[in-house]
Design a protein around this ligand. Sequence first.
Ligand code: ADP
Length: 398
Amino acid sequence: MNEAQPKILYIEDNPDNQRLVQRVLGARGYEVVLAGDGTEGLTIARELTPQLVLVDLNIPGLDGFEVTTRLSSLSHLQQVPIVALTADNSPDARERALVAGCDGFLLKPIDPRLLARQIGEYIAGHREQIASPTAEAALLRSYNQRLVERLEQQVRELSSANAELEELDRLKSQFLATLSHELRTPLTSLIGYLELFERGILGTLNEAQHEALKVMHRNSETLALQLNNLLYFQELRSRSIVPQAIQPTELLRPLLATYHQVAQTAGLHFEAAGTQTAPLAVDRSAFEQLVRVLLDNAFKFTPRGGRVRMIIRDEPSRLIMRVEDSGVGIAPEHQQKIFLPFYRVEAPHASLHPGAGLGLAIAKHIAEVHRGQLTVQSIVGRGSVFSVVLPRTGSHGS
Ligand code: ADP
């Protein structure tokens, strides 16, 4: 874009007209910036101060009248002429355009010999006026009515589209829940038999068979974990949270003992620190699940030799729980998205860590139904800190 060249913003969906205006005005030293519809025109106009805006009144979506009204309310365009371009030659077409905020009115088809001169006059300050104030008031009234009618129609369409989406979402959830249940039952029996084989109860296995069974078992466990997450995610939406007063450090003791073992096998340094806390009203299993998700992730995304710490801090009005790791970290552009269901960061190490991208969505939901918060701070290559803040008085249902 040449900064010095005068710019015309042209909002038009017809490619023939776009080309014609670009050619005619381009030859006179203007740069014509094109927008294919009203919304795009408004987006461009927010960034650009052209010498003039040319608007086709008959465009899809937001029509030319509405775009003009919106454009003329933007403070940086107050002195910029907006000129309507239309094929409508009905008696009051010009007045209707002026009432919507246009400063000028040109009829289609465009006359290439006149266009540059007409544009030049508007840029030089020429403005068209409505001759009769009574006609203007009546036109304004009917324009306002039309705007409200369009708005009402849009709201109605959006509400019905939203209701349809909600229904589709409900059907999808139902399908996922049924599917996960259907898959889990045979999987449980599969894992049961694999365990019997591994323990030699169903006969002796040679070394190769034993190895193969171990792989099958490990993969089945991964599958079961994913299904559990999926089920938990589905149930969480409809499930009611039952808060009861618990002592968080007491509740976490057995869970943390398991993680100490896992850390040893994974070659990680794991430490849990926290003072004895006062009781807190939370849903037991949801709280446990929240801690599991954060610790599982910290372990998953921290290479051997790294460090994972869980710190619980008790305050009179809230409980703060931090899970810190010295792992791979999360780039800033992913830090909010990782809380969305099914979102996973595409990274070279991702395939090593199976997951459906549901853990953090579940964890955030749990924090929020307890009127708390879950946030992240992270630096790529240095590690991540996930912080949960749960208020003492505001637990769900109280
Ligand atoms: P998943 O079950 O697939 O791990 P989550 O919702 O728990 O799904 O996490 C989403 C994504 O966020 C992960 O795939 C990973 O890329 C990123 N992530 C979560 N926790 C950490 C962490 N502690 N360190 C680095 N990346 C993480």
